[in-house]
Design a binder for this molecule. Structure first.
Ligand code: ARG
Ligand code: ASP
Length: 706
């Protein structure tokens, strides 16, 4: 009882079930519901200016960039702005030691110099529609989950086919509120996207992984692309005859900048949040999975970083993957800390207690949380195996390639052999036959699993770390995977013989053992059953919460669909006796400068402009050159590259990150700590114009001085 009272008291003091003022990622089509609040917060435009299907609106300028970032049109000739880290893999792909665009930057001075990026798409939302009724047509209360899924799947196919019939559009239908509602997105997907500009790494990634997820920040995190189309302004595959796209709308850019307290909104594609999960999820993520993921990624990062320090070639080789590994690694650390600081688990338990009280006499909701706990208990028994598989077993190229052989062994599809061959050729071109880095990662991640009791299959033969380690090295040395000739010999054998040969390979053997340990028996089934049940229970739980708090506006969790988040430019107090102001300037770059630290090297030309205070009309009234600012907009992964707009709907920044103290915002939003970080558009323009001398690109844009 005492515990219960303490929990309820805690709930009253801490975050309520309903949303905080600045929390939320709202659906553009339904933004009318937020309009009054947004205008009260300072917005001058209307919800219709943001999303309208009858005439061009801001949404026509906002794009899904690739598969997980946002971009925006900033000229009537299809010029797109996004983050440097969103264009990163394309910048890397076009870089060589001789033409190192990653290190030195790249600026197309003519249209001919713009570089095609095969595989890169950008997607524009044409319109969206609530299709809940159509998708749930035929679904009944008591039916099995399987039947429900089949009906929904078929309905989705039919509805999307009908919506896009006779057009070049593509439709996507996604569940909201765990399947209580469905929306359809009818999109236009552009497939000829070219690289136009990128600053050098020591501007575009200034601060590197040291500053990543942190404020104060000085990263010039932007890059530029251009969308090309056929003669009728429609998406087309790359062709040299394609012409720049003429968008329905491109964003105006405000040179006025922002001040503390100003209204801003972020318009983009947030990927995933889990705002409504129960305490078990929070505990599992923060206290069990994150620590394992972090430890295993530390192993990988140590080896890659050491290799990258050795040569320019190695730096280019590993840059892109390290950026991804390091990003998650650091975010999870911040997330776990944030959850601990907020007593996230207890907070959730307290909310659940309130729900239980409310649901006591409601048979449809009464048992949902008990069932949820029971399913989490099941999930806990197998969830770390899942984590170990992804973060340890699959950590090395060696094991990823062993997985391909393993699939060939189990599947008679000859395409797998063809792709293994092509992939290996490419692999041996890019990486050494014997890669000490990859070998070390393989050995150490398996050793880690063994030491933590997650590789019991190795216990049979060994008792000491040294023995395990020696065996792992032997596996690496003896496998055909690192011997192109032997590998080719096996891949050209007749199927039966090939399968036998693959089966005797030590890499495939250890991979199979690991696979069976993590997923074998009924483990995979248990994992997915528990997860499916939890999803289904969440559908009921969230429906219940909406009834429990009928006057609140519950935002749907992010699901990589277009959303609007709004808030204010605002500093915060990260810890006792410390206050972070809302914007950073170029002076901070020079404060951080350290020629001995890779992340803090400063371009001589940038320094020169700073010394002369040659900021053009990009400076503030005080004569400072702003670099980045923070605000209370609720954002997440996928929002990178999103336009940050002012009260008049003009571009003032490009969203690229969140502050360390608020990285738990996917699960728990705390207005005191959660801040998104945006590049000030004036710094971006300054770099293009003053630093790179690519004035022609700025001239394409629509700048508003006042
Ligand atoms: N943290 C930002 C986001 O989640 C930026 C990541 C890219 N930067 C990096 N240093 N890895 O995407
Ligand atoms: N940096 C993230 C992205 O790439 C944004 C975030 O997680 O805040 O989308």
């Amino acid at each position: 009882m005492k515990r219960l009272l303490a929990l309820i008291a805690a709930a009253l003091m801490m975050a309520p079930t309903v949303c905080h003022a600045d929390e939320g990622m709202w659906i553009p089509m339904l933004l009318g519901r937020n309009q009054a609040a947004m205008q009260k917060a300072g917005m001058h435009i209307t919800a219709q200016d943001i999303y309208d299907i009858n005439k061009a609106s801001l949404k026509d300028a906002v794009l899904l960039f690739g598969g997980g970032c946002t971009g925006e049109f900033v000229s009537d000739e299809g010029l797109v702005l996004t983050n440097h880290h969103c264009g990163y893999s394309y910048i890397v792909k076009h870089s060589t030691v001789e033409h190192d665009y990653l290190t030195n930057g790249f600026w197309a001075m003519t249209r001919e110099q713009e570089i095609p990026c095969p595989g890169l798409t950008v997607t524009r939302l044409v319109y969206m529609q609530d299709v809940t009724k159509e998708v749930l047509d035929g679904v009944t209360e008591g039916m099995s989950e399987g039947d429900r899924e089949t009906i929904i799947e078929n309905n989705i196919k039919a509805v999307s086919a009908k919506a896009t019939e006779g057009t070049h559009y593509k439709a996507v239908i996604k569940p909201f509120y765990y399947g209580n509602q469905y929306f359809m997105y009818v999109n236009e997907v552009f497939t000829d996207v070219r690289l136009v500009g990128a600053p050098p790494s020591n501007i575009g990634k200034f601060g590197g992984d040291t500053d990543n997820w942190m404020w104060p920040r000085h990263t010039g995190d932007f890059s530029m692309f251009r969308v090309y189309v056929d003669g009728s302004n429609k998406p087309a595959a790359y062709s040299k005859d394609n012409v720049p796209y003429r968008p329905l709308k491109h964003l105006e850019i405000s040179l006025k900048g922002v001040d503390e307290g100003d209204f801003t909104f972020v318009f983009g594609y947030p990927g995933t949040t889990r705002r409504y999960v129960t305490h078990d999820y929070v505990d599992l993520a923060a206290n069990q999975e994150n620590p394992v993921r972090i430890a295993l990624r530390t192993i990988r990062l140590d080896h890659y970083n050491a290799a990258m320090r050795q040569s320019a070639a190695q730096r280019l080789k590993y840059a892109s993957r390290v950026a991804g590994i390091a990003n998650g690694w650091k975010k999870w650390q911040g997330e776990s800390l944030g959850i601990e600081r907020l007593h996230g688990v207890e907070q959730k338990m307290a909310q659940e207690e309130q729900f239980r009280q409310w649901a006591k006499d409601k048979p449809q909701y009464r048992d949902v949380l008990d069932s949820m706990e029971a399913n989490y208990a099941q999930l806990r028994e197998v969830s770390l195996e899942w984590t170990y598989f992804n973060e340890a077993v699959m950590a090395s190229d060696f094991m990823q390639r062993a997985y391909r052989l393993f699939r060939i062994q189990r599947n008679s599809d000859t395409a797998l052999v063809t792709s293994m061959r092509a992939d290996s050729e490419k692999y041996f071109e890019d990486f050494d036959q014997h890669s000490p880095v990859d070998e070390a990662i393989f050995v150490e991640t398996f050793l880690y699993m063994w030491e933590h009791g997650y590789a019991p299959y190795m216990n049979l033969k060994h008792s000491t770390d040294a023995e395990v380690e020696a065996t792992l090295h032997k596996v690496y040395a003896k496998s055909i995977l690192n011997n192109p000739k032997k590998l080719e010999k096996v891949l050209s054998m007749k199927r039966e013989k090939m399968i036998h040969a693959i089966g005797t390979d030590p890499a495939v053997q250890i991979f199979s053992q690991a696979y069976n340990y993590c997923y074998g028996g009924d483990k995979r089934q248990r994992h997915s059953t528990a997860n499916d049940n939890i999803q289904r229970l969440m559908r009921t739980y969230i429906k219940g919460m909406m009834e429990q708090y009928p006057d609140s506006n519950f935002f749907p969790d992010a699901n990589l669909t277009l959303r609007v988040a709004y808030g204010h430019v605002e500093g915060f107090k990260p810890k006792d006796a410390t206050y972070y102001t809302a914007y950073s300037t170029i002076d901070g770059i020079m404060e951080k400068e350290n020629p001995d630290v890779y992340d803090y090297r400063v371009e001589p030309r940038l320094k020169e402009l700073w010394q002369k205070k040659d900021y053009g009309h990009y400076a503030t009234k005080k004569g400072e050159l702003p670099v980045a600012f923070i605000a209370t907009n609720h954002t997440t992964g996928g929002n990178s590259g999103s336009p940050v707009l002012n009260a008049d709907g003009q571009l003032v920044g490009i969203n690229f990150d969140r502050c360390w103290e608020g990285t738990m915002s996917d699960l728990l939003f705390d207005p005191a700590y959660c801040r998104n970080i945006s590049l000030d558009i004036r710094y971006c323009l300054f770099i293009i114009d003053k630093y790179a001398g690519a004035r022609h690109l700025v001239d394409e844009m629509t700048l508003v001085e006042q």
